[in-house]
Design a protein around this ligand. Sequence first.
Ligand code: UDP
Ligand code: MG
Length: 322
Amino acid sequence: MTEPCESVAPDSRDKPFLSVVIPVFNEEENLPELGRRLLATLTALSDSFEIIFVDDGSLDRSWEIIFQLHQENPQQVRGLQFIRNFGQHPAIFAGFQAARGEVIVTLDADLQNPPEEIPKLVAKLAEGYDTVGGWREVRRDSFFRRLPSAFINWLMSKVTGVHLHDYGCMLRAYRREVIDSINQCQESTSFIPALANIYARRITEVPVHHAERTRGQSKYSLVKLIRLNFDFMTGFSHLPIHAVGILGLVIALLGLGFGLFLMLRRLWVGPEVEGVFTLFAILFVFAGLQMFGLALIGEYVGRIYREVRQRPRFVVREEVGN
Ligand code: UDP
Ligand code: MG
C-alpha cells in the first residue's frame, strides 16, 4: 500500500524553493523600488520564495522600509539587522545562515543588478549547475572601480583554475549544498564568490545587465576596496608570499653570479676600483637570502592561518554502499 505523500507537503511549504539574500547599507532611496520589482519578478517565477534583507548597520531609514515590506508581505519578506556596519560579505553570510531555500540568490540592493535577471540565473542552475554567476558584460562603473576588479578576476581565475569573467558580480545563484558548505566556514574575512567556487563542481556564468547607480552612493571607498582585495588575496592564495620568496632567491642568485664574475675578473684583469662592486655583490646575496628567509617564515604563518581557518577540507555529496 502506498499512501499519498502528504507528509512532504507542509514541510515543503515551510521551506521555500528560492531564497534571495540582499545586503543593505544605507539604501533607503533604492529599497522601495527594489521591493516592488523583486516581488513582481519572484511572484511570477515561483509560488514559494523568501527575500532576506540584511541591514548592515544602516544609519538611514533602510530598516524601517524593510520592516514595512515585511509587514506588507509577512510570508515572503524577512529582515535581519546588524548592530553596526560589518561589511557586505559578512551581511551575505548572515543571510546565508538564515536562508532556507533550495536555491539561494544574492543581489545588491542598489538596483545595479536588475532583479528581473533572477529567473535567468535560476533557469541556468536548473540545467545542473551548482553555482551560476552574473557576468556584467557592459559594466556601468567608473574606471577606478573596474580596475581592481579586473585584477581580482585574473587572480581568482589563476588561483582556483576556474576561469570566469566576473568574480565581483554579486548577482549569483547557488544550490543548497554549496551554501551549506559555506555556512561551515567560520573565517571572519572572506570573499563569497571565491569561497563558493571551492565547494562547487559545475560553475558557469550568464551575461546580465548592469545599471548605473542612480540613487545613493557606492559604499566602497578606494581604501575599503583595497582592503577587500587584500583580504581576498591573502585569504585565498599564498601568491604574495611566494612572489617575495622567488624574488629573494633571484636576487641572491644574481648577487652570487655577480660575485663570481668579479672574482674571475680579478684573476684576469685585476680588482675593480676599491672593491666596491664586490661589496655590492656580497650585499645582494645576503639581502636576497634575507628576503627568502622572510618568505619562508611567511609560508609557515600562512599554513597556521590555513589551519585556524578550519574550512571544511572536503564535502561529500552522496554515498553508496554503507
Ligand atoms: N553593502 C553593505 N555593507 C557595506 C557596503 C555595501 O551591505 O559595508 C551593500 C550595499 O548596500 C549594496 C551592496 O552591498 O547593496 C553593494 O555595495 P555598493 O553598491 O556600494 O558597491 P559597488 O556597486 O560600488 O561595488
Ligand atoms: Mg553598487
